[in-house]
Design a protein around this ligand. Structure first.
Ligand code: NAG
Ligand code: NAG
Ligand code: NAG
Ligand code: NAG
Ligand code: NAG
Ligand code: NAG
Ligand code: NAG
Ligand code: NAG
Length: 380
C-alpha cells in the first residue's frame, strides 16, 4: 500500500475474476494482465474496385450510420473472435455486431449504428490452447483509446471522375449533420494546385443537410492521365467536429482525331545504274494530319539505311517535310508517321531498279490501321 493506492497481485488462475470494492469515497480500479493476445482494428468500407475486398477509411465513421470494422487478432493462432461490441464510455449503452471470419485471424464486423458518444471497441473470444490449459479459455480485450464518431458526414456521389483539359467540371457533394446546426466552414484542396471554386461555407439546420459543388478546371496543357486527388472538408460551427471526402479525377482529353497522318510524295529522283554501289537516290515527302488532326508528332524510319531529314514547312507548323537520301543498294524505304494521339501511318516508297525511272503509279502508301491504336486513351 502506497498512500491510498493498493496493489494486489493475483495468482495466475484462468477464469472470470470478480472484484468487489466497498468504499465511501470515489475510487478507480486498474487491472493489468499479461497476455500475447491483442487485436488491431480499422474502419473499412466495401471496395468499389473490380476485385471487391475492403478499403480502410481514413476519416472517422459517422455517428448514427452503420459501419464495418476489420479486426485483426494477434498473438495466438488458436484464438477465435466470437463477439465484438462498441461500448459507450458513459452509461451502459452498447452496440452489438455480426462477426464474419475471413481466416488468418481477420474478421469483418458489421455494426448497424455507431454511437454518438465516446466508445471503446470490445472484443471477446475463445482461446483453444490445448498445450497449456492455463492460457486457454475465453478472453476479452478492449481498445486502449476511446473513439468518437463524427456527427458530420461529407459525401460525394461520384468517386472517379474524368476531367477534360480546359473544360470546367462540377463535383457535387453533400454535407449532413446529426448534431449542431449553423454555418459550416468548407475547404476544398487538391494535390495539383489547380484553382477550385466552392462555397466558403454552408448553412445546415441541426440534424440537416446541404448540397454544394466544387468546380475544377484542368489547364488545357495538363498531360493525359494526370490524377488529381480532391479533398472536400466541412468543419462544424463550433470547430469541434469535421469530416471530409476524398475523390480522384483523371485527366483525359476526348479524342476527335481518328485519322492517321497523310503522306504526299513531292519528288523522287532515282536513276540507279546496274552497279548500285556508286549511286544514290532520294525522295521528299510532305506529311500532314488532316483537317481535324491533332498534328504530326513524329516521323521515323522503319526500313531503309539512308539518311532522313525532317523539317517543318516554312510558315506552316502543320506540314512536316521529310527528305530521304539512300544508296541505290538500299532501294526500299518505310516511313512511320504518328500523330499526337497515336494514329499511325506507314508510308512505303521504292527507289526503282536500275532499268527505268520510277513511275509514280508504282509508289505504295499503305494505311497500317484504318482505325488506329490510340494508346493515350487506354487506362489500365
Ligand atoms: C449502411 O448504410 C448505407 C447508407 O445509409 C446503406 O446504403 C446500406 O445499405 C447500409 N448497410 C447495411 C448493411 O445496413
Ligand atoms: C476453438 O474452439 C471453439 C469452440 O470449441 C471452436 O468453435 C473454434 O473453431 C476453435 N477455434 C480454433 C482456432 O481452433
Ligand atoms: C447485445 O448482446 C448482449 C449479449 O449477447 C445482450 O445482452 C444485449 O441485449 C444485446 N444488445 C442489443 C441492443 O441487442
Ligand atoms: C460551378 O459551376 C456551375 C455550372 O457552371 C455553377 O452553376 C455553380 O455556381 C459553380 N459553383 C461555384 C461554387 O462556383
Ligand atoms: C441534395 O441533392 C439530392 C439529390 O442530388 C436531393 O435529393 C436533396 O434533396 C438535396 N438536398 C438539399 C438540402 O438540397
Ligand atoms: C471534322 O470534324 C467535323 C466536326 O466533328 C466533321 O463534321 C467533319 O466531317 C470532320 N472532317 C473530316 C475531314 O474528318
Ligand atoms: C534538312 O532539310 C532542311 C530543309 O530542307 C535543310 O535546310 C537542312 O540543311 C537539311 N539538313 C541536312 C542535315 O541535310
Ligand atoms: C494548323 O492547324 C491548326 C489546328 O488544326 C489550325 O488552327 C491552324 O490554322 C493551322 N495552321 C495553318 C498555317 O494552316
Amino acid at each position: 500500500m502506497v498512500g491510498n493506492l493498493r496493489m494486489l497481485k493475483l495468482l495466475t488462475l484462468v477464469g472470470v475474476w470478480k472484484i468487489a470494492i466497498v468504499s465511501k469515497t470515489a475510487y478507480s480500479l486498474k487491472v493489468v494482465g499479461e497476455s500475447p493476445i491483442d487485436f488491431l482494428f480499422d474502419f473499412i468500407e466495401e471496395s468499389e474496385g473490380p476485385f471487391g475486398g475492403f478499403d480502410v477509411i481514413d476519416n472517422r465513421p459517422t455517428a448514427g450510420g452503420n459501419a464495418s470494422l476489420l479486426v485483426m487478432l494477434i498473438g495466438s493462432e488458436v484464438a477465435t473472435v466470437t463477439e465484438v461490441t462498441l461500448v459507450e464510455s458513459v452509461g451502459s449503452g452498447q452496440v452489438n455486431s455480426t462477426v464474419e471470419a475471413l481466416g488468418g485471424g481477420e474478421y469483418v464486423v458489421h455494426f448497424d449504428r455507431i454511437p454518438s458518444v465516446e466508445f471503446v471497441v470490445l472484443v471477446k473470444g475463445q482461446n483453444n490452447n490445448s498445450i497449456s490449459r492455463a492460457s486457454s479459455g475465453i478472453f476479452q480485450r478492449q481498445s486502449t483509446t476511446s473513439l468518437r464518431a463524427s456527427a458530420l458526414n461529407v459525401a460525394v456521389d461520384e468517386l472517379d471522375i474524368v476531367l477534360e483539359p480546359g473544360t470546367p467540371r462540377s463535383v457535387s457533394f453533400s454535407v449532413m449533420t446529426t448534431g449542431e446546426g449553423g454555418s459550416f466552414t468548407m475547404q476544398a484542396t487538391n494535390d495539383q494546385g489547380f484553382t477550385l471554386y466552392y462555397p466558403p461555407s454552408l448553412f445546415l439546420d441541426a440534424g440537416g443537410s446541404a448540397n454544394g459543388t466544387v468546380n475544377i478546371t484542368a489547364p488545357p496543357n495538363t498531360p493525359s492521365g494526370t490524377v488529381i486527388t480532391l479533398t472536400i472538408e466541412a468543419v462544424a460551427p463550433s470547430g469541434a467536429d469535421s469530416d471530409y471526402a476524398v475523390l480522384h479525377l483523371t485527366v483525359l482529353p476526348t479524342v476527335t482525331d481518328f485519322t492517321p497522318p497523310v503522306c504526299k510524295l513531292l519528288s523522287l529522283n532515282s536513276d540507279c545504274p546496274k552497279n548500285c554501289k556508286q549511286s544514290m537516290w532520294d525522295l521528299s515527302v510532305q506529311v500532314t494530319d488532316g483537317v481535324n488532326g491533332t498534328g504530326v508528332d513524329r516521323v521515323s524510319l522503319r526500313e531503309g539505311s539512308g539518311a532522313l531529314n525532317i523539317s517543318m514547312a516554312a510558315g506552316n507548323d502543320n506540314v512536316t517535310l521529310v527528305s530521304y537520301v539512300a544508296s541505290c543498294c538500299s532501294p526500299d524505304v518505310q516511313l512511320v508517321a504518328v500523330d499526337q494521339v497515336g494514329n499511325v501511318e506507314i508510308c512505303r516508297y521504292s527507289g526503282a531498279s536500275w532499268s527505268s525511272r520510277v513511275d509514280y503509279s508504282i509508289l505504295l502508301c499503305f494505311t497500317l490501321l484504318s482505325l488506329s491504336l490510340q494508346p493515350e486513351n487506354v487506362i489500365i
